[in-house]
Design a protein around this ligand. Structure first.
Ligand code: MTE
Length: 320
């Protein structure tokens, strides 16, 4: 967003795809059990175009991973080597390398503010909130590119319910770790640190909003926001704050990093909207990483049926 990169990381076939498929067979029980209780739109199961399902077949045959909507999953290679994580680098292709060895254990997430039962959660306690659900979501960056990512995680509402927001709580603030010894780019003033984000409480409680702890059936890699990050699929990617250490319930709209940086360019809501352009570029179309050409950007990133009612009566051009 600060620095325009024109180069593309080549999408290469990934050897770990077969092991992902194998792992999925082990995980299937747990994942499907969880999702059976979820409504249809929440869980989008992976389907393979290949008919075979043995480990050997998975290893030997080209498989294409698609979501039921027919969209191809972005490769693990691209998801983990084309990243925005300014605490490590402003160069998307360098984040993976710069964040290698980032220590995320021990780790705690303090959930506090206007709640009846504030609590500091150990990252291992979060894992015990239940088996992670797999959620295949589109991620649309405000810069004009997008991916389809199979996350593992749990609804943010699950965590918020545990701490019991009180009646004055209207917003949720999120804060990334601030430790320049571990996140070296925090020694620069490229942004104000720590990275902060926020949601209205009803947005945060929406079943599509998740805290992700993994992707492609494995633990979340550092470059994608380990050990725990927010994923709000109907908003531009910068709302999906990484490596969270604090979640605070508040009665007023929290400050957010990109809005503070350029208030005319990045609003608090930042819902994906092809009809509201960024002051410096159109948001009508996007480039799906790994594909040629461009595709139309969808209102609310394609999650209109699920989330549009959150914004009834609001002018999305004013509340951009
Ligand atoms: N969170 C933190 N703490 N720091 C960041 O620089 N970048 C944001 C978001 N979360 C960012 C962050 C932006 S601009 C995007 S598009 C997504 O993370 C990218 O997530 P990904 O690298 O997993 O695709």
């Amino acid at each position: 967003m600060l620095i325009k990169k024109s180069e593309d990381i080549k999408s290469s076939e990934i050897t770990s795809k077969a092991s992902y498929l194998n792992r999925r067979n082990f995980m299937k029980g747990a994942v499907l059990a969880t999702t059976a209780t979820a409504t249809g739109f929440l869980y989008r199961s992976l389907t393979r175009t290949s008919r075979s399902s043995t480990a050997a077949d998975a290893a030997n045959q080209p498989v294409q991973l698609v979501s039921p909507s027919g969209e191809k999953l972005t490769t693990l290679q691209d998801i983990t080597h084309y990243n925005n994580f300014y605490e490590f680098s402003t160069n998307k292709g360098a984040v993976a390398d710069k964040s290698k060895g980032f220590v995320t254990h021990p780790w705690t997430v303090a959930v506090e503010g206007l709640v009846n039962r504030p609590k500091v959660f150990d990252i291992d306690d979060l894992a015990k909130l239940g088996p992670p659900e797999e959620r295949i979501y589109r991620l649309r960056c405000v810069e004009g590119w997008s991916m389809v990512i199979p996350w593992l995680g749990f609804p943010l509402a699950k965590l918020l319910d545990l701490v019991q927001p009180n009646s004055s709580a209207k917003y949720v603030e999120f804060t990334t770790l601030y430790d320049s010894a571990r996140m070296p780019n925090q020694n620069t003033n490229v942004l104000d640190w720590p990275y902060v984000e926020g949601l209205r409480l009803d947005e945060a409680m929406h079943p599509l909003a998740i805290l992700a702890t993994g992707l492609y059936g494995d633990t979340l890699p550092p470059q994608d926001g380990a050990p725990v990050r927010l994923v709000v699929p109907w908003k531009y990617g910068f709302k999906s704050i990484k490596s969270i250490v604090k979640i605070k319930l508040a009665d007023s709209q929290p400050s957010t990093t990109w809005n503070m940086y350029a208030p005319r360019e990045y609003g608090f809501y930042s819902n994906v909207n092809p009809r509201v352009n960024h002051p410096r570029w159109s948001q009508a179309r996007e480039r799906r990483i790994g594909e040629f050409g461009q595709r139309d950007t969808l209102l609310f990133n394609g999650y209109q049926d699920e989330v549009a009612s959150l914004y009834d009566g609001m002018d999305l051009r004013v509340n951009f």
